[in-house]
Design a protein around this ligand. Structure first.
Ligand SMILES: [Zn+2]
Ligand SMILES: [Zn+2]
Length: 638
Protein backbone atom coordinates (compact mmCIF):
# COMPACT_ATOMS: atom_id res chain seq x y z
CA UNK A 1 0.00 0.00 0.00
CA UNK A 2 2.83 2.39 0.81
CA UNK A 3 5.52 0.58 -1.15
CA UNK A 4 3.60 -0.48 -4.20
CA UNK A 5 6.45 -2.50 -5.67
CA UNK A 6 6.78 -4.90 -2.75
CA UNK A 7 5.17 -8.31 -2.62
CA UNK A 8 4.73 -10.58 0.36
CA UNK A 9 5.13 -13.85 -1.51
CA UNK A 10 6.82 -16.43 0.65
CA UNK A 11 7.40 -18.76 -2.24
CA UNK A 12 10.15 -16.61 -3.77
CA UNK A 13 11.64 -16.10 -0.34
CA UNK A 14 11.68 -19.85 0.32
CA UNK A 15 13.45 -20.51 -2.96
CA UNK A 16 15.94 -17.78 -2.10
CA UNK A 17 16.67 -19.25 1.33
CA UNK A 18 17.13 -22.74 -0.15
CA UNK A 19 19.60 -21.45 -2.74
CA UNK A 20 21.57 -19.37 -0.23
CA UNK A 21 21.67 -22.27 2.25
CA UNK A 22 23.22 -24.48 -0.39
CA UNK A 23 25.62 -21.75 -1.58
CA UNK A 24 26.81 -21.11 1.96
CA UNK A 25 27.44 -24.75 2.75
CA UNK A 26 29.19 -25.34 -0.56
CA UNK A 27 31.43 -22.33 0.05
CA UNK A 28 32.41 -23.76 3.45
CA UNK A 29 32.81 -27.28 2.11
CA UNK A 30 35.18 -26.09 -0.58
CA UNK A 31 37.41 -24.20 1.85
CA UNK A 32 37.18 -26.67 4.70
CA UNK A 33 36.99 -30.18 3.26
CA UNK A 34 37.91 -31.79 6.58
CA UNK A 35 34.59 -30.70 8.03
CA UNK A 36 33.15 -33.60 6.02
CA UNK A 37 29.99 -31.81 4.96
CA UNK A 38 28.14 -34.46 2.97
CA UNK A 39 25.88 -33.96 -0.02
CA UNK A 40 23.13 -35.30 2.16
CA UNK A 41 23.78 -32.60 4.78
CA UNK A 42 23.59 -29.97 2.06
CA UNK A 43 20.37 -31.35 0.61
CA UNK A 44 18.79 -31.52 4.08
CA UNK A 45 19.73 -27.94 4.99
CA UNK A 46 18.52 -26.83 1.56
CA UNK A 47 15.15 -28.55 2.10
CA UNK A 48 14.98 -26.89 5.52
CA UNK A 49 15.47 -23.54 3.78
CA UNK A 50 12.76 -24.38 1.30
CA UNK A 51 10.25 -25.47 3.93
CA UNK A 52 11.10 -23.23 6.87
CA UNK A 53 8.13 -20.91 6.36
CA UNK A 54 5.44 -23.34 5.17
CA UNK A 55 3.74 -23.08 8.54
CA UNK A 56 2.88 -19.41 8.17
CA UNK A 57 -0.78 -18.53 8.43
CA UNK A 58 -2.48 -15.81 6.39
CA UNK A 59 -0.89 -12.37 6.30
CA UNK A 60 2.41 -13.40 7.75
CA UNK A 61 2.70 -12.73 11.48
CA UNK A 62 -0.88 -11.50 11.85
CA UNK A 63 -2.09 -15.05 12.39
CA UNK A 64 0.49 -16.29 14.88
CA UNK A 65 0.94 -12.90 16.54
CA UNK A 66 -1.71 -10.23 16.90
CA UNK A 67 -4.63 -12.52 16.04
CA UNK A 68 -3.89 -15.10 18.73
CA UNK A 69 -3.23 -12.37 21.27
CA UNK A 70 -6.48 -10.54 20.58
CA UNK A 71 -8.49 -13.76 20.38
CA UNK A 72 -7.75 -14.43 24.04
CA UNK A 73 -8.99 -10.95 24.94
CA UNK A 74 -12.13 -11.31 22.83
CA UNK A 75 -12.97 -14.67 24.45
CA UNK A 76 -12.34 -13.24 27.92
CA UNK A 77 -14.44 -10.16 27.26
CA UNK A 78 -17.16 -12.07 25.40
CA UNK A 79 -17.16 -9.21 22.89
CA UNK A 80 -15.16 -7.86 19.99
CA UNK A 81 -15.84 -4.48 18.41
CA UNK A 82 -19.41 -4.50 19.60
CA UNK A 83 -20.08 -8.06 18.44
CA UNK A 84 -20.86 -10.85 20.86
CA UNK A 85 -18.00 -13.29 21.14
CA UNK A 86 -19.50 -16.44 22.58
CA UNK A 87 -16.72 -18.49 24.17
CA UNK A 88 -19.10 -21.47 24.35
CA UNK A 89 -18.80 -21.71 20.59
CA UNK A 90 -15.31 -23.14 21.03
CA UNK A 91 -16.39 -25.88 23.43
CA UNK A 92 -15.46 -29.32 22.22
CA UNK A 93 -13.12 -28.05 19.51
CA UNK A 94 -9.47 -29.14 19.54
CA UNK A 95 -7.21 -26.84 21.54
CA UNK A 96 -4.27 -24.96 20.05
CA UNK A 97 -0.97 -25.54 21.84
CA UNK A 98 0.13 -22.84 24.24
CA UNK A 99 2.62 -20.52 22.54
CA UNK A 100 1.83 -21.84 19.06
CA UNK A 101 3.82 -20.07 16.35
CA UNK A 102 4.39 -20.57 12.65
CA UNK A 103 7.37 -22.91 13.30
CA UNK A 104 4.91 -25.32 14.89
CA UNK A 105 2.84 -25.00 11.75
CA UNK A 106 5.91 -25.82 9.63
CA UNK A 107 6.54 -29.02 11.62
CA UNK A 108 2.91 -30.08 11.20
CA UNK A 109 2.87 -29.32 7.49
CA UNK A 110 6.07 -31.32 6.87
CA UNK A 111 4.47 -34.37 8.50
CA UNK A 112 1.31 -33.76 6.48
CA UNK A 113 3.29 -33.45 3.26
CA UNK A 114 5.15 -36.72 3.91
CA UNK A 115 1.85 -38.38 4.77
CA UNK A 116 0.32 -37.11 1.55
CA UNK A 117 3.23 -38.73 -0.29
CA UNK A 118 2.56 -41.99 1.59
CA UNK A 119 5.37 -41.87 4.16
CA UNK A 120 6.07 -40.91 7.74
CA UNK A 121 9.04 -40.44 10.04
CA UNK A 122 9.89 -43.63 11.95
CA UNK A 123 11.53 -42.68 15.22
CA UNK A 124 12.37 -46.29 16.01
CA UNK A 125 14.36 -46.77 12.80
CA UNK A 126 16.14 -43.48 12.35
CA UNK A 127 18.70 -44.56 9.78
CA UNK A 128 16.27 -46.41 7.57
CA UNK A 129 13.92 -45.19 4.84
CA UNK A 130 10.77 -43.41 5.99
CA UNK A 131 7.92 -45.72 7.00
CA UNK A 132 5.61 -46.50 4.06
CA UNK A 133 1.99 -45.71 4.94
CA UNK A 134 0.43 -45.15 1.53
CA UNK A 135 0.84 -45.84 -2.14
CA UNK A 136 2.37 -42.50 -3.12
CA UNK A 137 6.15 -42.37 -3.43
CA UNK A 138 8.18 -45.45 -2.49
CA UNK A 139 10.08 -44.67 0.69
CA UNK A 140 13.07 -46.73 -0.46
CA UNK A 141 13.33 -44.61 -3.61
CA UNK A 142 12.95 -41.25 -1.87
CA UNK A 143 16.39 -39.69 -1.85
CA UNK A 144 19.20 -38.17 -3.87
CA UNK A 145 20.22 -39.39 -7.29
CA UNK A 146 23.60 -38.96 -9.01
CA UNK A 147 25.43 -38.50 -5.78
CA UNK A 148 28.69 -37.07 -6.96
CA UNK A 149 30.95 -35.42 -4.46
CA UNK A 150 30.87 -31.65 -4.98
CA UNK A 151 28.46 -31.85 -7.88
CA UNK A 152 25.79 -29.20 -7.56
CA UNK A 153 23.54 -31.05 -9.96
CA UNK A 154 22.28 -33.48 -7.30
CA UNK A 155 18.60 -34.05 -7.74
CA UNK A 156 15.88 -35.49 -5.60
CA UNK A 157 15.06 -38.95 -6.76
CA UNK A 158 11.65 -40.52 -6.64
CA UNK A 159 12.05 -43.17 -9.30
CA UNK A 160 11.22 -46.80 -9.02
CA UNK A 161 14.58 -48.46 -8.36
CA UNK A 162 15.42 -48.66 -4.66
CA UNK A 163 18.31 -46.37 -3.79
CA UNK A 164 21.30 -47.42 -1.72
CA UNK A 165 20.96 -46.36 1.89
CA UNK A 166 23.56 -43.59 1.63
CA UNK A 167 21.43 -41.86 -0.96
CA UNK A 168 18.12 -42.12 0.84
CA UNK A 169 16.50 -39.42 2.89
CA UNK A 170 16.03 -41.29 6.14
CA UNK A 171 13.88 -40.58 9.17
CA UNK A 172 16.95 -39.06 10.83
CA UNK A 173 17.37 -36.70 7.86
CA UNK A 174 13.78 -35.51 8.11
CA UNK A 175 14.14 -34.92 11.83
CA UNK A 176 17.33 -32.97 11.04
CA UNK A 177 15.39 -30.86 8.51
CA UNK A 178 12.79 -30.08 11.16
CA UNK A 179 15.48 -29.29 13.74
CA UNK A 180 17.12 -26.86 11.31
CA UNK A 181 13.79 -25.05 11.00
CA UNK A 182 13.23 -24.65 14.74
CA UNK A 183 16.95 -24.00 15.23
CA UNK A 184 17.51 -26.72 17.83
CA UNK A 185 16.03 -29.90 19.30
CA UNK A 186 12.38 -30.63 18.49
CA UNK A 187 9.81 -29.99 21.21
CA UNK A 188 8.10 -33.00 22.81
CA UNK A 189 4.74 -33.95 21.24
CA UNK A 190 1.94 -31.58 22.18
CA UNK A 191 4.33 -28.82 23.27
CA UNK A 192 4.99 -25.78 21.11
CA UNK A 193 8.50 -24.80 20.04
CA UNK A 194 8.26 -21.59 22.03
CA UNK A 195 6.96 -23.28 25.19
CA UNK A 196 9.70 -25.92 24.98
CA UNK A 197 12.36 -23.22 24.57
CA UNK A 198 11.07 -21.36 27.62
CA UNK A 199 10.68 -24.47 29.77
CA UNK A 200 13.33 -26.57 31.42
CA UNK A 201 12.30 -29.54 29.31
CA UNK A 202 15.38 -31.29 28.06
CA UNK A 203 15.40 -32.55 24.54
CA UNK A 204 18.30 -33.81 22.51
CA UNK A 205 19.37 -33.29 18.97
CA UNK A 206 18.60 -36.30 16.81
CA UNK A 207 19.42 -35.26 13.26
CA UNK A 208 23.12 -34.40 13.53
CA UNK A 209 23.92 -34.80 17.24
CA UNK A 210 27.71 -34.70 16.77
CA UNK A 211 29.12 -31.45 18.15
CA UNK A 212 31.45 -31.25 15.16
CA UNK A 213 28.41 -30.84 12.92
CA UNK A 214 26.60 -28.32 15.07
CA UNK A 215 27.27 -25.40 12.74
CA UNK A 216 24.89 -26.98 10.22
CA UNK A 217 22.02 -25.86 12.45
CA UNK A 218 23.00 -22.21 12.22
CA UNK A 219 22.62 -21.88 8.46
CA UNK A 220 18.85 -21.35 8.26
CA UNK A 221 18.31 -20.06 11.79
CA UNK A 222 21.42 -18.75 13.52
CA UNK A 223 20.99 -18.96 17.26
CA UNK A 224 24.25 -17.18 17.99
CA UNK A 225 23.96 -13.97 16.04
CA UNK A 226 20.76 -13.98 14.02
CA UNK A 227 22.78 -13.58 10.83
CA UNK A 228 21.39 -16.47 8.78
CA UNK A 229 20.37 -17.10 5.19
CA UNK A 230 16.69 -16.60 6.06
CA UNK A 231 17.32 -12.96 6.96
CA UNK A 232 20.02 -12.45 4.35
CA UNK A 233 17.39 -13.34 1.77
CA UNK A 234 14.34 -11.44 2.95
CA UNK A 235 16.16 -8.29 4.03
CA UNK A 236 17.79 -7.93 0.62
CA UNK A 237 14.65 -9.00 -1.25
CA UNK A 238 12.38 -6.54 0.57
CA UNK A 239 14.98 -3.79 0.47
CA UNK A 240 15.32 -4.13 -3.27
CA UNK A 241 11.58 -4.20 -3.85
CA UNK A 242 10.76 -1.33 -1.55
CA UNK A 243 13.65 1.06 -1.87
CA UNK A 244 15.06 0.35 -5.31
CA UNK A 245 18.13 -1.37 -6.58
CA UNK A 246 20.25 -0.97 -3.47
CA UNK A 247 19.16 -4.20 -1.85
CA UNK A 248 21.40 -6.93 -3.11
CA UNK A 249 22.42 -9.94 -1.04
CA UNK A 250 25.92 -9.18 0.18
CA UNK A 251 27.77 -12.03 -1.55
CA UNK A 252 30.56 -11.78 1.00
CA UNK A 253 28.20 -12.90 3.78
CA UNK A 254 27.83 -16.17 1.88
CA UNK A 255 31.26 -16.59 0.27
CA UNK A 256 33.32 -15.56 3.28
CA UNK A 257 31.57 -17.73 5.85
CA UNK A 258 33.91 -20.09 7.70
CA UNK A 259 33.54 -22.60 10.48
CA UNK A 260 35.76 -22.23 13.54
CA UNK A 261 35.55 -22.62 17.29
CA UNK A 262 34.02 -19.70 19.13
CA UNK A 263 32.65 -18.83 22.53
CA UNK A 264 28.88 -18.93 22.59
CA UNK A 265 27.54 -15.44 21.95
CA UNK A 266 24.12 -15.98 23.45
CA UNK A 267 24.32 -18.72 26.11
CA UNK A 268 20.90 -17.82 27.51
CA UNK A 269 19.24 -18.49 24.18
CA UNK A 270 21.44 -21.33 23.01
CA UNK A 271 19.89 -24.77 23.51
CA UNK A 272 23.33 -26.27 24.07
CA UNK A 273 24.51 -23.71 26.60
CA UNK A 274 21.23 -22.85 28.29
CA UNK A 275 21.56 -25.57 30.93
CA UNK A 276 25.19 -24.92 31.74
CA UNK A 277 24.39 -21.23 31.86
CA UNK A 278 21.84 -21.86 34.59
CA UNK A 279 23.21 -21.40 38.06
CA UNK A 280 22.70 -24.99 39.14
CA UNK A 281 25.14 -26.34 36.58
CA UNK A 282 28.65 -24.93 36.69
CA UNK A 283 30.07 -23.88 33.32
CA UNK A 284 32.92 -26.34 33.79
CA UNK A 285 30.38 -29.15 33.56
CA UNK A 286 30.27 -28.35 29.86
CA UNK A 287 33.35 -30.01 28.47
CA UNK A 288 33.66 -27.56 25.59
CA UNK A 289 33.44 -24.59 27.94
CA UNK A 290 30.62 -22.99 26.02
CA UNK A 291 32.49 -23.18 22.73
CA UNK A 292 30.89 -24.24 19.50
CA UNK A 293 31.96 -24.98 16.00
CA UNK A 294 30.16 -22.00 14.56
CA UNK A 295 29.86 -19.92 11.44
CA UNK A 296 32.33 -17.05 11.62
CA UNK A 297 33.86 -14.50 9.28
CA UNK A 298 37.28 -12.96 8.62
CA UNK A 299 37.94 -9.86 10.73
CA UNK A 300 37.57 -7.53 7.75
CA UNK A 301 33.90 -8.57 7.51
CA UNK A 302 32.93 -6.76 10.69
CA UNK A 303 31.62 -3.80 8.69
CA UNK A 304 29.57 -6.03 6.40
CA UNK A 305 28.08 -7.65 9.49
CA UNK A 306 27.16 -4.28 10.99
CA UNK A 307 25.67 -3.20 7.66
CA UNK A 308 23.52 -6.33 7.69
CA UNK A 309 22.08 -5.54 11.12
CA UNK A 310 21.54 -1.92 10.17
CA UNK A 311 19.59 -3.07 7.16
CA UNK A 312 17.52 -5.24 9.48
CA UNK A 313 16.74 -2.18 11.57
CA UNK A 314 15.89 -0.07 8.55
CA UNK A 315 13.57 -2.68 7.05
CA UNK A 316 11.74 -3.12 10.33
CA UNK A 317 11.42 0.60 10.86
CA UNK A 318 10.42 1.60 7.37
CA UNK A 319 8.65 -1.49 6.07
CA UNK A 320 7.63 -4.23 8.47
CA UNK A 321 6.29 -1.88 11.13
CA UNK A 322 5.44 1.09 8.93
CA UNK A 323 2.30 2.67 10.38
CA UNK A 324 0.27 1.72 7.32
CA UNK A 325 1.58 -1.84 7.42
CA UNK A 326 0.55 -2.18 11.03
CA UNK A 327 -2.75 -0.38 10.51
CA UNK A 328 -3.53 -2.95 7.79
CA UNK A 329 -2.47 -5.79 10.12
CA UNK A 330 -4.76 -4.52 12.89
CA UNK A 331 -7.59 -4.37 10.42
CA UNK A 332 -7.03 -7.88 9.08
CA UNK A 333 -6.81 -9.13 12.63
CA UNK A 334 -10.18 -7.52 13.41
CA UNK A 335 -11.75 -9.03 10.29
CA UNK A 336 -10.54 -12.52 11.25
CA UNK A 337 -11.79 -12.07 14.81
CA UNK A 338 -15.18 -10.80 13.72
CA UNK A 339 -15.52 -13.79 11.41
CA UNK A 340 -14.11 -16.45 13.70
CA UNK A 341 -17.27 -17.52 15.56
CA UNK A 342 -19.24 -17.74 12.32
CA UNK A 343 -16.87 -19.09 9.72
CA UNK A 344 -15.45 -22.62 9.42
CA UNK A 345 -13.04 -24.52 7.23
CA UNK A 346 -13.33 -28.23 6.37
CA UNK A 347 -10.74 -30.60 7.78
CA UNK A 348 -10.83 -33.31 5.14
CA UNK A 349 -10.30 -33.23 1.44
CA UNK A 350 -11.64 -35.98 -0.84
CA UNK A 351 -9.38 -35.09 -3.71
CA UNK A 352 -6.28 -36.93 -2.39
CA UNK A 353 -4.22 -38.27 -5.28
CA UNK A 354 -2.84 -41.12 -3.26
CA UNK A 355 -4.58 -43.67 -1.09
CA UNK A 356 -3.50 -44.24 2.43
CA UNK A 357 -2.99 -47.77 3.67
CA UNK A 358 -4.75 -46.88 6.85
CA UNK A 359 -7.28 -44.21 6.05
CA UNK A 360 -8.35 -42.47 9.19
CA UNK A 361 -12.05 -42.25 9.65
CA UNK A 362 -11.99 -38.55 9.80
CA UNK A 363 -15.34 -37.12 10.59
CA UNK A 364 -16.01 -34.07 8.51
CA UNK A 365 -15.23 -31.74 11.35
CA UNK A 366 -15.18 -28.08 10.49
CA UNK A 367 -12.84 -25.71 12.27
CA UNK A 368 -12.98 -21.95 12.84
CA UNK A 369 -10.08 -19.81 11.58
CA UNK A 370 -8.56 -19.75 15.06
CA UNK A 371 -8.35 -23.56 15.19
CA UNK A 372 -7.56 -24.30 11.55
CA UNK A 373 -3.89 -24.61 12.51
CA UNK A 374 -4.51 -27.89 14.33
CA UNK A 375 -5.40 -29.66 11.09
CA UNK A 376 -3.24 -29.65 7.95
CA UNK A 377 -6.17 -29.80 5.54
CA UNK A 378 -8.02 -26.85 6.99
CA UNK A 379 -4.75 -24.98 7.48
CA UNK A 380 -3.91 -25.48 3.82
CA UNK A 381 -7.13 -23.64 2.97
CA UNK A 382 -6.32 -20.77 5.30
CA UNK A 383 -4.46 -18.43 2.98
CA UNK A 384 -4.47 -14.71 2.32
CA UNK A 385 -7.46 -15.44 0.09
CA UNK A 386 -9.51 -16.01 3.24
CA UNK A 387 -10.68 -12.39 3.06
CA UNK A 388 -12.05 -12.93 -0.45
CA UNK A 389 -13.86 -16.03 0.76
CA UNK A 390 -15.42 -14.23 3.71
CA UNK A 391 -16.34 -11.32 1.44
CA UNK A 392 -18.66 -13.50 -0.68
CA UNK A 393 -20.48 -15.17 2.22
CA UNK A 394 -24.14 -14.36 2.85
CA UNK A 395 -24.40 -15.17 6.54
CA UNK A 396 -25.82 -12.14 8.30
CA UNK A 397 -23.49 -12.76 11.24
CA UNK A 398 -20.53 -12.13 8.96
CA UNK A 399 -21.78 -8.74 7.90
CA UNK A 400 -19.49 -6.76 10.26
CA UNK A 401 -16.51 -8.69 8.88
CA UNK A 402 -17.64 -8.02 5.30
CA UNK A 403 -18.05 -4.31 5.98
CA UNK A 404 -14.53 -4.16 7.35
CA UNK A 405 -13.21 -6.09 4.32
CA UNK A 406 -14.80 -3.49 2.06
CA UNK A 407 -13.16 -0.74 4.02
CA UNK A 408 -9.85 -2.56 3.83
CA UNK A 409 -10.17 -2.93 0.09
CA UNK A 410 -10.89 0.78 -0.25
CA UNK A 411 -7.63 1.45 1.59
CA UNK A 412 -9.45 3.29 4.35
CA UNK A 413 -7.05 1.96 6.93
CA UNK A 414 -7.07 2.69 10.61
CA UNK A 415 -5.46 6.05 11.08
CA UNK A 416 -2.32 6.67 13.08
CA UNK A 417 -3.19 9.75 15.06
CA UNK A 418 -0.04 10.09 17.13
CA UNK A 419 3.44 8.74 17.46
CA UNK A 420 5.65 9.44 20.42
CA UNK A 421 9.35 8.63 20.43
CA UNK A 422 10.60 7.37 23.77
CA UNK A 423 14.01 8.88 24.43
CA UNK A 424 16.52 6.61 26.00
CA UNK A 425 20.11 7.03 26.91
CA UNK A 426 21.64 3.90 25.49
CA UNK A 427 18.55 1.99 24.49
CA UNK A 428 18.07 0.70 28.01
CA UNK A 429 17.26 3.46 30.43
CA UNK A 430 14.50 5.85 29.54
CA UNK A 431 15.71 9.29 30.48
CA UNK A 432 12.51 11.26 30.89
CA UNK A 433 10.34 10.28 33.87
CA UNK A 434 6.96 10.70 32.15
CA UNK A 435 8.16 8.64 29.20
CA UNK A 436 9.42 6.01 31.60
CA UNK A 437 5.98 6.03 33.17
CA UNK A 438 4.25 5.81 29.81
CA UNK A 439 6.42 2.92 28.68
CA UNK A 440 5.81 1.02 31.93
CA UNK A 441 2.06 0.96 31.28
CA UNK A 442 0.33 -1.89 29.48
CA UNK A 443 -1.13 -0.97 26.09
CA UNK A 444 -4.63 -1.81 27.32
CA UNK A 445 -4.13 0.40 30.35
CA UNK A 446 -3.16 3.34 28.14
CA UNK A 447 -6.28 2.72 26.04
CA UNK A 448 -8.56 2.90 29.05
CA UNK A 449 -6.81 5.98 30.42
CA UNK A 450 -7.23 7.80 27.12
CA UNK A 451 -10.92 6.90 27.02
CA UNK A 452 -11.28 8.07 30.60
CA UNK A 453 -9.71 11.40 29.63
CA UNK A 454 -12.36 11.76 26.95
CA UNK A 455 -15.08 11.49 29.56
CA UNK A 456 -13.64 14.26 31.73
CA UNK A 457 -15.48 17.55 31.79
CA UNK A 458 -12.54 19.61 30.69
CA UNK A 459 -12.23 17.53 27.58
CA UNK A 460 -12.84 19.82 24.64
CA UNK A 461 -15.69 18.01 23.02
CA UNK A 462 -17.67 15.87 25.43
CA UNK A 463 -20.44 15.35 22.91
CA UNK A 464 -18.15 12.99 21.02
CA UNK A 465 -18.14 9.62 22.60
CA UNK A 466 -14.82 7.82 22.48
CA UNK A 467 -14.96 4.13 23.24
CA UNK A 468 -12.16 1.66 23.92
CA UNK A 469 -12.95 0.02 20.59
CA UNK A 470 -11.90 3.21 18.81
CA UNK A 471 -8.39 3.17 20.22
CA UNK A 472 -5.37 1.01 19.46
CA UNK A 473 -2.20 1.67 21.44
CA UNK A 474 1.01 0.15 20.18
CA UNK A 475 4.27 0.06 22.05
CA UNK A 476 6.73 -0.49 19.25
CA UNK A 477 10.33 -1.59 19.71
CA UNK A 478 12.73 -1.78 16.81
CA UNK A 479 16.23 -3.05 17.26
CA UNK A 480 19.20 -4.44 15.40
CA UNK A 481 18.46 -8.04 16.30
CA UNK A 482 19.39 -8.20 19.96
CA UNK A 483 17.36 -5.58 21.77
CA UNK A 484 19.55 -2.86 23.25
CA UNK A 485 22.68 -4.93 22.62
CA UNK A 486 25.10 -4.84 19.73
CA UNK A 487 24.46 -7.99 17.67
CA UNK A 488 27.96 -7.89 16.16
CA UNK A 489 29.32 -8.54 19.68
CA UNK A 490 27.71 -11.95 19.55
CA UNK A 491 29.57 -12.81 16.34
CA UNK A 492 33.04 -14.32 16.20
CA UNK A 493 35.74 -13.32 13.71
CA UNK A 494 39.07 -14.70 12.61
CA UNK A 495 42.22 -12.59 12.16
CA UNK A 496 43.94 -12.94 8.80
CA UNK A 497 46.80 -14.89 10.36
CA UNK A 498 44.41 -17.68 11.40
CA UNK A 499 42.72 -18.16 8.04
CA UNK A 500 45.37 -20.60 6.86
CA UNK A 501 44.35 -22.99 9.66
CA UNK A 502 40.87 -23.39 8.27
CA UNK A 503 41.90 -26.53 6.44
CA UNK A 504 42.70 -28.24 9.75
CA UNK A 505 40.67 -31.13 11.08
CA UNK A 506 37.58 -29.90 13.03
CA UNK A 507 39.22 -30.44 16.44
CA UNK A 508 42.19 -28.28 15.43
CA UNK A 509 40.32 -25.42 13.83
CA UNK A 510 41.31 -21.95 15.05
CA UNK A 511 39.40 -20.03 17.69
CA UNK A 512 37.40 -17.07 16.44
CA UNK A 513 37.02 -14.08 18.72
CA UNK A 514 34.77 -11.14 19.41
CA UNK A 515 36.02 -7.91 17.88
CA UNK A 516 36.33 -4.98 20.33
CA UNK A 517 33.79 -2.27 19.55
CA UNK A 518 36.59 0.32 19.38
CA UNK A 519 37.81 -1.36 16.18
CA UNK A 520 34.64 -0.44 14.31
CA UNK A 521 33.13 2.33 16.38
CA UNK A 522 32.50 4.56 13.38
CA UNK A 523 29.98 2.02 12.18
CA UNK A 524 28.15 1.60 15.48
CA UNK A 525 24.86 3.38 15.95
CA UNK A 526 24.54 5.38 19.15
CA UNK A 527 21.65 3.19 20.28
CA UNK A 528 20.54 -0.22 19.09
CA UNK A 529 16.96 -0.02 20.27
CA UNK A 530 14.24 2.43 19.33
CA UNK A 531 10.91 2.71 21.11
CA UNK A 532 7.80 4.56 20.07
CA UNK A 533 4.24 4.66 21.32
CA UNK A 534 1.72 4.90 18.52
CA UNK A 535 -1.96 5.58 18.71
CA UNK A 536 -4.29 4.37 15.97
CA UNK A 537 -7.97 5.19 15.55
CA UNK A 538 -10.31 2.47 14.31
CA UNK A 539 -13.07 4.95 13.69
CA UNK A 540 -12.72 6.61 10.28
CA UNK A 541 -14.74 9.65 11.32
CA UNK A 542 -12.35 12.57 11.19
CA UNK A 543 -13.88 14.23 14.21
CA UNK A 544 -13.41 11.09 16.29
CA UNK A 545 -9.78 10.86 15.12
CA UNK A 546 -9.18 14.48 16.12
CA UNK A 547 -10.93 13.93 19.41
CA UNK A 548 -8.74 10.91 20.11
CA UNK A 549 -5.64 12.97 19.36
CA UNK A 550 -6.81 15.62 21.82
CA UNK A 551 -7.60 13.05 24.51
CA UNK A 552 -4.25 11.37 24.02
CA UNK A 553 -2.48 14.68 24.43
CA UNK A 554 -4.51 15.39 27.55
CA UNK A 555 -3.50 12.05 28.92
CA UNK A 556 0.17 12.70 28.11
CA UNK A 557 0.02 16.15 29.71
CA UNK A 558 -1.35 14.56 32.84
CA UNK A 559 1.37 11.96 32.95
CA UNK A 560 3.95 14.70 32.42
CA UNK A 561 2.49 16.79 35.18
CA UNK A 562 2.29 13.92 37.61
CA UNK A 563 5.80 12.80 36.83
CA UNK A 564 7.04 16.32 37.41
CA UNK A 565 8.23 16.93 33.87
CA UNK A 566 7.95 19.97 31.72
CA UNK A 567 5.21 19.20 29.23
CA UNK A 568 6.76 18.48 25.85
CA UNK A 569 3.62 17.55 24.10
CA UNK A 570 0.99 19.50 25.97
CA UNK A 571 -1.56 21.49 24.08
CA UNK A 572 -1.58 25.15 24.98
CA UNK A 573 -5.36 25.10 25.10
CA UNK A 574 -5.46 22.31 27.57
CA UNK A 575 -5.35 22.89 31.31
CA UNK A 576 -5.24 19.78 33.45
CA UNK A 577 -7.30 21.20 36.24
CA UNK A 578 -8.88 17.97 37.35
CA UNK A 579 -7.91 14.85 39.10
CA UNK A 580 -6.07 12.03 37.46
CA UNK A 581 -6.43 8.42 38.47
CA UNK A 582 -4.13 7.75 41.39
CA UNK A 583 -2.33 4.80 39.89
CA UNK A 584 -0.68 7.06 37.39
CA UNK A 585 0.21 9.45 40.15
CA UNK A 586 1.59 6.93 42.53
CA UNK A 587 3.37 4.59 40.25
CA UNK A 588 6.96 5.03 39.68
CA UNK A 589 7.86 2.17 37.33
CA UNK A 590 8.99 0.04 40.25
CA UNK A 591 6.14 0.82 42.54
CA UNK A 592 3.02 -0.70 41.16
CA UNK A 593 0.64 -1.97 43.78
CA UNK A 594 -2.65 -3.69 43.25
CA UNK A 595 -4.05 -1.46 45.91
CA UNK A 596 -3.40 1.69 43.96
CA UNK A 597 -4.83 0.11 40.87
CA UNK A 598 -7.98 -0.89 42.73
CA UNK A 599 -8.46 2.69 43.82
CA UNK A 600 -8.03 3.93 40.32
CA UNK A 601 -10.62 1.52 39.06
CA UNK A 602 -13.18 2.60 41.63
CA UNK A 603 -12.49 6.25 41.04
CA UNK A 604 -13.53 5.84 37.48
CA UNK A 605 -16.37 3.40 37.77
CA UNK A 606 -18.00 5.74 40.22
CA UNK A 607 -17.41 8.80 38.19
CA UNK A 608 -20.12 10.31 36.06
CA UNK A 609 -19.88 12.87 33.35
CA UNK A 610 -20.73 15.67 35.74
CA UNK A 611 -18.25 14.58 38.34
CA UNK A 612 -16.16 17.55 39.26
CA UNK A 613 -12.70 17.40 40.73
CA UNK A 614 -14.12 17.86 44.17
CA UNK A 615 -16.59 14.99 44.02
CA UNK A 616 -13.94 12.69 42.71
CA UNK A 617 -11.57 13.68 45.42
CA UNK A 618 -14.19 12.96 47.99
CA UNK A 619 -14.85 9.55 46.59
CA UNK A 620 -11.28 8.41 46.85
CA UNK A 621 -9.83 7.77 50.22
CA UNK A 622 -6.85 5.85 51.40
CA UNK A 623 -3.22 6.16 52.23
CA UNK A 624 -1.98 5.86 48.69
CA UNK A 625 -4.35 8.53 47.55
CA UNK A 626 -3.15 10.82 50.30
CA UNK A 627 0.43 10.31 49.24
CA UNK A 628 -0.57 10.97 45.70
CA UNK A 629 -2.28 14.20 46.56
CA UNK A 630 0.75 15.24 48.55
CA UNK A 631 2.92 14.59 45.52
CA UNK A 632 0.56 16.52 43.30
CA UNK A 633 0.65 19.49 45.62
CA UNK A 634 4.42 19.30 45.87
CA UNK A 635 4.66 19.26 42.11
CA UNK A 636 2.41 22.25 41.79
CA UNK A 637 4.30 24.31 44.35
CA UNK A 638 7.58 23.66 42.52
ZN1 LIG B 1 11.83 -17.00 6.20
ZN1 LIG C 1 25.91 -21.95 22.98
Amino acid sequence: MTYVTTTHCRFEHSLGVAVLAEDLLRAIKKKQPKLDISERDIICVKIAGLLHDIGHGPYSHVYDGQFRKQLKKAVAKGKWLGQTFDAGYYNGLPEVMDGWEHEDGSLMMIDAMLKYLGMEIDEMNLDMPLRQIGNGIRADCFGISDLIEGDASCEYYDGSTPLPLDRLLTSRDWIFIKECIVGGPLPPKGVSVDAAKKSKLKSKLVGRPDRLQEFLYDVVSNRHSGLDVDKVDYLARDDRRAFGSSGIVDPLLIENAHVAWGKCGRPKKCWRCKDSHNAHVKPSADKNNGEHLMICYPEKMVHNAMAFFKQRFRNHQKLYTHHNTNAACYMICDILLLADPFFCLPTADDSDDFEMNSPENETKLRLPISRANVNPQSYLLLKDSILDVIAVTEDVNLRPARILINRFRSHKLYKRVSEQAIVSHNGNDIDIPWQRKLWSMEESEIVSQIVKCSKLKSSKDVSLDLSEDDVIVEKRQIHHGMGAENPVSSMRFLPKSQLSKLRNAPEDLPRAEQIPESDYECAIPRAFLMRTVRIFCRNDDKEVCDHLTTCYHQFITLVQKREGDQPLLGRPDFQPGYDLEPNILSQSPNRCSNESFAISQSSFTEQDDNGSTQTKKRKIRGSIFDKVMQKLEDDESD
